[in-house]
Design a protein around this ligand. Structure first.
Ligand code: FMN
Length: 209
């Protein structure tokens, strides 16, 4: 009886170890995620969990940022009625009706900062010259993290399309010095488009244009 129990414990442990091994084996590499990401605009309507959203937002905040200023701000909407009322209008509105969540990636365009290289100077409100680049990098990290979690997402335009961002900023109470750069619906994919082949060697100039 005791031998039987030992054998079952050993078998269960072996099975668990092989499952863990398989899970590790099947985790996609960073390159797999980058090369297979594609814009997803149809979702099943299933929710995206808070844990998944926090992982995705952590990836956003892990982006490079000029002088480590981190000007990104994120508005996360998960309430279906709100998603529909704020983002659901217009020709591309349907994707927001079935997304599990929407992340609005915003940039703080002015911030209280000390002049660069003057640690003793007083911090004053200054333009944040690199908000756009920093927030775009955060946005791409968000798209990739969603893909890595098996979710779908798409960058939809905010800045500089004033007619798109003004109603969103108003509805979400975004302050005037904070600009919605892009609006990213995220959800369980209901489509599986092939990634576009964008490899064009003619766009590369080795050593010299
Ligand atoms: C700055 C920018 C604005 C975009 N705006 C929209 C948009 O408003 N609506 C949309 O459906 N897709 C939008 N996209 C997604 C592009 O259409 C998509 O990335 C492009 O067609 C390449 O396809 P892929 O993402 O599947 O590789 C935008 C992408 C970028 C980078």
């Amino acid at each position: 009886m005791r031998t039987l129990r030992i054998i079952s414990v050993v078998m269960a442990a072996t099975l668990l170890a092989s499952c863990v091994g398989k899970a590790q084996e099947s985790a996609p590499s960073a390159l797999d995620v980058i090369m297979s990401r594609t814009s997803i605009r149809q979702f099943t309507g299933e929710p995206v969990t808070r844990e998944q959203l926090e992982t995705i937002l952590k990836a956003g905040m892990a982006a490079p940022t000029a002088m480590n200023v981190q000007p990104w701000r994120f508005v996360v909407v998960t309430d279906r009625e709100k998603m529909i009322s704020v983002f659901g209008g217009g020709p591309r509105g349907d994707m927001f009706k079935t997304a599990g969540a929407v992340i609005v990636v915003c940039g703080e365009t002015t911030m209280k900062m000390k002049p660069f290289g003057q640690p003793d100077a007083e911090a004053t409100e200054q333009p944040n010259k690199f908000w756009f680049e920093d927030c775009a990098l955060a946005g791409e990290n968000i798209l990739l993290a969603a893909k890595a979690l098996g979710l779908g997402a798409v960058w939809t335009a905010g800045y500089p399309a004033e007619e798109r961002i003004a109603p969103i900023a108003k509805a979400l109470g975004i302050p005037s010095n904070v600009v919605p750069l892009c609006i990213i619906p995220i959800g369980v994919p209901a489509e599986n488009p092939a990634p576009k082949d964008k490899w064009k060697p003619e766009n590369i100039h080795w050593e010299q244009w």
